[in-house]
Design a protein around this ligand. Structure first.
Ligand SMILES: O=C(O)CCC(=O)C(=O)O
Ligand SMILES: [Fe+2]
Length: 357
């Protein structure tokens, strides 16, 4: 029970995507779609995070299988895992050892494999332009590739639901869709051994996702993912030490986002901040896994096309004007591929990790 002086901990909304899956234009479905879109809009305004019930879209056992395959890979001897090391390729596709990635200056207590959208004419000497490296485990590549296809379809579905939530016209949605229909996606399989008490850092340090939409599947391990909820009323009770000032200045606190079977955790990345000129904010999150088991998570990052021009949307401007919301800062348009390239190259030069700004 909460004492009267303690604010109750908010929980992230659970939103079911089913109304957008059925091919039916009846008034009742339209009504349900509008309600789904309104719920996503509210979640993006208030949290930047929500649970998306996708059990009508994929069999949850498919995701469980991905986690088992990842577990099988992470259990291999170090030298076998290193055969698909990042440095064999373009430095972004492949395996990173435990503590290899650094966030906010501290080593992350996880290992992982990253896959990106395949490119035409791969050339591993060019940043981001290499080939994916697949573990030599039966069924791994096939199952993961199937997941990337499903998550790309889901990405377009959720984008459409968001377009409706923002009141976009069909023409505006068509234009936005053309910026994300060949998503330069990233998929990651992450393995988290328990965080030792004396580790100076986190399982995954606090960061915002930089792209468009993240669909995170995680195994059932509780008390691992934490989400920073802004709340100017409460003031900061959060440990934001070690964060860059622009990330640590907000008032709020950390809440735990435990996995819900049949759902992925969905959050918005910084491209949505540009599209909406800050109406939707991407939200800090981190992983603190102190349990005794080995945790596996599989985030899929649905990103804009490499050539997408990400610029403020008229629909978001209309909402801001109607509600007299001023922009706190100006959001400069970016070409997504250029943004990603400069992030990847700067980060290598500065010794920063993939989660750093
Ligand atoms: O493992 C998790 O729960 C979160 C991982 C994450 O935030 C990321 O890879 O961007
Ligand atoms: Fe993240």
């Amino acid at each position: 029970m909460h004492s009267p002086s303690q604010p109750s901990t908010p929980t992230l909304p659970i939103i079911n995507i089913t109304p957008y899956l059925v091919n039916d234009q009846s008034p009742s479905i339209t009504e349900r779609r509008v309600a789904t879109s309104a719920a996503i809009h509210d979640a993006c305004l208030n949290f930047g995070f929500f649970y998306l019930d996708i059990s009508a879209f994929v069999d949850p056992r498919e995701a469980d299988e991905l986690a088992s395959l990842a577990r099988e890979f992470f259990a291999l001897p170090q030298d076998v895992k290193d055969r698909i090391a990042l440095k064999n390729e373009d430095n972004v596709r492949g395996y990173a050892r435990l503590k290899e990635n650094v966030t906010n200056g501290k080593a992350d207590n996880h290992e992982g494999i990253d896959f990106y959208r395949p490119v035409e004419n791969p050339d591993k000497t060019k940043p981001l332009w290499g080939s994916n490296q697949w573990p030599d485990i039966s069924g791994f590549r096939e199952r993961y590739q199937k997941w990337t296809e499903k998550m790309q379809t889901l990405g377009l579905i959720v984008m459409e639901a968001m377009a409706v939530g923002l009141g976009m016209t069909p023409e505006e949605w068509k234009e936005l869709r053309s910026q994300v229909d060949e998503s330069f996606w990233v998929m990651r399989a992450i393995g988290y051994p328990p965080l030792p008490d004396d580790h100076d850092g986190f399982s995954c340090g606090a960061h915002k996702d930089y792209g468009c939409l993240t669909f995170l599947y995680a195994d059932p391990t509780p008390n691992a993912l934490q989400v920073f909820v802004r709340d100017p009323e409460i003031g900061t009770s959060a440990d934001v030490s070690g964060l860059p000032e622009e990330q640590g200045a907000d008032d709020g606190h950390w809440i735990t986002a435990n996995p819900i079977h049949g759902c992925v955790v969905c959050n918005i990345g910084e491209m949505w901040e540009i599209w909406t000129e800050g109406l939707y904010k991407s939200t800090l999150h981190r992983v603190v896994h102190r349990g005794s088991n080995y945790r596996v998570s599989i985030p899929f990052f649905f990103e804009p096309n490499f050539t997408a021009e990400v610029k403020p949307l008229a629909a978001a401007k209309r909402i801001k004007e109607a509600q007299n919301i001023d922009s706190e800062k100006t959001y400069k348009p970016v070409v997504y591929g250029d943004f990603l390239l400069s992030k990847v190259t700067n980060n290598f030069a500065d010794g920063k990790g993939k989660y750093d700004d």
